[in-house]
Design a protein around this ligand. Structure first.
Ligand SMILES: [Cu+2]
Length: 687
């Protein structure tokens, strides 16, 4: 009897053990293994694997033979995402000889990774009238697992396609685009969960990370980046107000995950309203922060805020990177993120404490903006200059964290400078992070904005003054010291969405907005190879292998924020490649201001004409005093034309098809911008 009971208990315990295994077993053991391991022949998630390091272990293409690299194939994606409102920022995924790629129109294509032949295509049919777009139509990539491909859409749906056929398996609405929400970041898949961020920081949304069941699309949990009353961080918002509920803090990019620690990590964007801190006294957690949650449950574990009470649009927008290192002889688990501030933030990923050192220093104050008393200054070097040059016509100028109110104030880096959405690869061979940067000064101005659901809610503007230079830097930052190992100045802005990838072959591959793809020596930064693709080459490249042959792939479809020429192509390179370069596309602007010839006597200006969404046509016109100029929006998005001299004149927001007439009586040169898209410039010369 006693023995029988013992046997029964043993059996029960074995059974419950099996049940436990069944409930926790990985949903896709092969993908999970690839995600945990070093990146080899396949590239199965946006950042290559769970670390986001974008470090390929393939060595067939290396520093000795990279000069022989030529085009293996180039495929144009049937006009998907081809046009002035789109950007191509996705890394293609590759698994078992099949490439999957998503364009700025949320269309997905499966291609033979060896030949570029089409296997299937999914056309999103997404509503082209979506008006809650802050920074170009873009999709930063896919995730895969359980035989499915996952991605977020501009209309705030997360979608799963059958990887074999491209048919929709499930679609889950996270929110409504009409309320200001959208998804542009690539999700992360691991152990049957899809992690997705959300965008809408310029539309008064409440940011969050959403975890979905990969098989069904059911929402398992969500973690709000803006705390509700009584929650952790709520003490950093004014008590008794609901400003935190529309404080932005969106998630632009793919999380990283440490399976041993069981933590998921991500970077959080700017506070809303972007440039007006007057009503939101406090540090405003979890804006502009790195956050760690328990990967299974979404429970808060730690956070690090890069900018307190952000009023400069200093999003943490680049994906976080996990790496292991040795500091003072001790092995450490690190996490790093490159900010728009121009610094790399390097932390211990077990607890969120600085790994190398970050000092809180007093900063200049502006009581009306309720500025934070101190800000974090990482020990080490910044990758872009952090002070603006004084300039005629501007009373105020300053360095990073210079406050501003209603008088335009020059500050560098701008909110569209430093490292923006671009990823930052890490090589365990060199111990370097490869940091793309944009150098661009902004004149910041605060104004009042009223919150209306689904409308822009930014409380100010930032535009680069006419004639100021815009360029970039590409910097190797030593992960052990946070100091510059080498730095290349680049002709064009590359921090806005430029991508790169590093290999065990000692190479860094990266695209340029002028259409060139480059290979650099990862140790020294020396350029070893260059190839003209014919389209703006801004997307982050990937490296893969099929039938023993190594390939390098890059999406070349241009990028609005970097001003590069649009396209719809995927270029793939190999040592056996036969294709030569194409003619260069028009290069991006390197000086802020309107471009093109001056039209004589033209009194009608079209906005977003000729498939160039972010433009005025003509951008420059010469008229007689007393002429009435009619501005008409023929683009897809709401635009305006607003004098750079504040309160002088403006059309107000024009929806698609709307016009507004403005009479110019005073002779002189009138510059104007589009307030939602301050990289659009126009000029009216009145005689
Ligand atoms: Cu605009």
């Amino acid at each position: 009897m006693h023995r029988y009971l013992q046997r029964t208990l043993q059996l029960l315990s074995v059974l419950s053990g099996l049940l436990w295994l069944a409930s926790t077993a990985a949903a896709d053991p092969e993908i999970d293994r690839l995600l945990r391991g070093p990146i080899g022949k396949d590239w199965v998630t946006n950042g290559g694997n769970l670390t986001n390091q974008r470090y390929s272990t393939l060595t067939q293409i290396n520093t000795t033979n990279v000069k022989q690299l030529k085009g293996a194939w180039m495929t144009r994606l049937k006009g998907s995402g081809l046009g002035g409102k789109y950007s191509f920022e996705a890394s293609p995924l590759v698994k078992d000889g099949i490439m999957y790629v998503v364009t700025g129109n949320d269309d997905v294509f499966a291609l033979d990774a060896k030949t570029g032949a089409f296997l299937w295509e999914y056309w999103s049919g997404i509503d082209q009238t979506i008006s809650t777009v802050c920074c170009g139509w873009v999709n930063r990539g896919l995730a895969m697992g359980d035989g499915l491909l996952f991605f977020g859409q501009f209309d705030a749906n997360v979608v799963a396609l059958d990887a074999k056929t491209g048919k929709v398996v499930w679609k889950t609405a996270i929110e409504k685009w009409q309320d200001g929400y959208g998804i542009t970041g690539a999700p992360l898949y691991y152990e049957g969960i899809v992690y997705s961020g959300i965008t809408g920081g310029e539309f008064g949304v409440r940011g969050r990370l959403t975890a979905l069941d990969a098989k069904t699309g059911e929402i398992k949990w969500r973690w709000y980046t803006l705390p509700g009353p009584g929650e952790i961080g709520s003490e950093t918002w004014p008590a008794g107000t609901d400003h935190a509920m529309r404080g932005g803090a969106t998630i632009w990019n793919t999380p990283a995950l440490d399976p041993e620690l069981g933590l998921v990590y991500f970077a959080v964007g700017n506070c809303g309203p972007d440039y007006d801190g007057a009503m939101r006294e406090g540090d405003n957690l979890f804006c502009t922060s790195i956050v760690a949650l328990k990967a299974k449950t979404g429970e808060y574990v730690w956070h690090f805020q890069q900018v307190h009470h952000d009023i400069w649009d200093y999003d943490a927008a680049s994906p976080v990177v996990l790496f292991d290192t040795v500091i003072n002889g001790e092995p450490r688990k690190g996490i790093a993120e490159a900010g728009r501030t121009g610094w790399v933030y390097i932390l211990d990923r077990t607890n969120g404490k600085p790994l190398i050192g970050i000092e809180e220093r007093p900063v200049p104050q502006e009581p009306r903006q309720k500025t934070a008393k101190t800000q974090p200054y990482p020990v080490g070097d910044a990758t872009v200059p952090q002070c603006a040059e004084p300039m005629a016509g501007y009373e105020n100028s300053g360095c990073i964290f210079e406050p501003f109110w209603e008088t335009p104030t020059l500050i560098q880096p701008s909110g569209i400078g430093g490292t923006n959405w671009s990823p930052m690869p890490y090589s365990p061979d060199t111990g370097y992070f490869y940091v793309p940067g944009t150098v661009r000064t902004s004149a910041f101005t605060r104004y009042s904005d009223k919150y209306v659901v689904g409308k822009r809610y930014v409380g100010g503007t930032q535009a680069a003054p006419i004639g100021t230079p815009m360029f970039g830097t590409f910097t190797a930052i030593d992960s052990r010291t946070n100091k510059i190992a080498w730095q290349n100045k680049t002709q064009y802005r590359i921090g806005g969405s430029g991508g790169s990838t590093v290999t065990a072959g000692g190479l860094v591959f990266r695209g340029e907005p002028d259409g060139n793809v480059l290979a650099l020596d990862a140790k020294t930064g020396e350029e070893l190879w260059r190839f003209q693709t014919g389209f703006g080459a801004d997307a982050p490249p990937v490296v893969y292998e099929v039938d023993g042959e190594q390939f390098v792939a890059i999406g070349t479809g241009g990028n609005q924020l970097q001003g590069s020429a649009y396209g719809d192509a995927v270029w793939v390179f190999s040592l056996n490649g036969k294709l030569g370069p194409l003619w260069p596309p028009p290069p991006p602007q390197t000086v802020a201001g309107p471009t093109g010839p001056i039209a004589a006597g033209v009194d009608a200006v079209k906005i977003g004409d000729q498939n160039v969404e972010y433009s005025y046509w003509p951008a420059r016109t010469r008229i007689k005093a007393g002429t009435t100029v009619t501005f008409t929006n023929v683009g897809d998005l709401p635009h305006d034309a607003t004098a750079m001299v504040r309160d002088a004149w403006g059309t107000g927001v024009l929806a698609k098809g709307e016009s507004k007439a403005v009479t110019f009586s005073k002779p002189g040169i009138h510059y104007y911008i589009c307030t939602p898209h301050p990289w659009m410039y126009g000029q009216i010369i009145v005689e």
